[in-house]
Design a protein around this ligand. Sequence first.
Ligand code: ACM
Length: 266
Amino acid sequence: MSRINGGYFQFSPVFGEVQRNLETILKAIHAFEGHLLVFPELALSGYQFLSKEEVRELADDIPSGPTIKVLEDAVRGRDLHVVVGLAERDHGRLYNSAVLIGPIGYIGTYRKTHVFFEETLWFAPGDTGFLVWDIGRARVGVLVCFDWFFPEAARSLALKGADILCHPGNLVLPYCPDAMVTRCLENRVFAITANRIGREQRGEKPALQFIGMSEIVAPNGRILCRSSEKDQELRLCEIDIAEARDKRINPYNDLLKDRRPHWYAS
Ligand code: ACM
């Protein structure tokens, strides 16, 4: 059972409309015919917050909050796992998190390690470290958006055995879709980047235009599918996990065994 149908849902969350965004997410879950579905970062709240209080209001407790329960109900009993980005409240702290939910319910949370730009005003840097879960058909690790900029993040997940990097994003800069080709090549992993589309402009802040271009990239750097910059899309690709488990580059080189950590700066 080395194949898994993985996909993403690219859409435009409406700022502050948690219930409406949740309904959009539920429709995508119901329509999806694969095994692993990744949603964007902060998919329930939207992105451009004006204050910490606003984040707190739109955040959820994980796993006891109402959103998690609804997502669990949508996935329960199906041969399906979902990764959803959302704002998390925990003991007075706020995190930019992503949850993994499967057929038997909530599995775990990753808290974004490298918070970006004004996120640093609202969110604490993640304290979970880089996590990999075995979901049966594959081993999955999670990065959130700007984490891609730090090669150590994807490398840590590869060293921990991830076959697929699940990567919720709210990308505004143009570099990531092409850069993920390198992240996949240098780690021989698949990546599912689920980015959002649309524009947000709140208060006096400059508008943010999200770049879409969600994609699935293979360990050899092939882009299996890539979305447009503007359209809502639910996409799915067949992923052969054996490709990610084979770290040999040629008969003489193995990507992970050939590392020389002794010489690397830290
Ligand atoms: C980002 O980390 N949302 C760019």
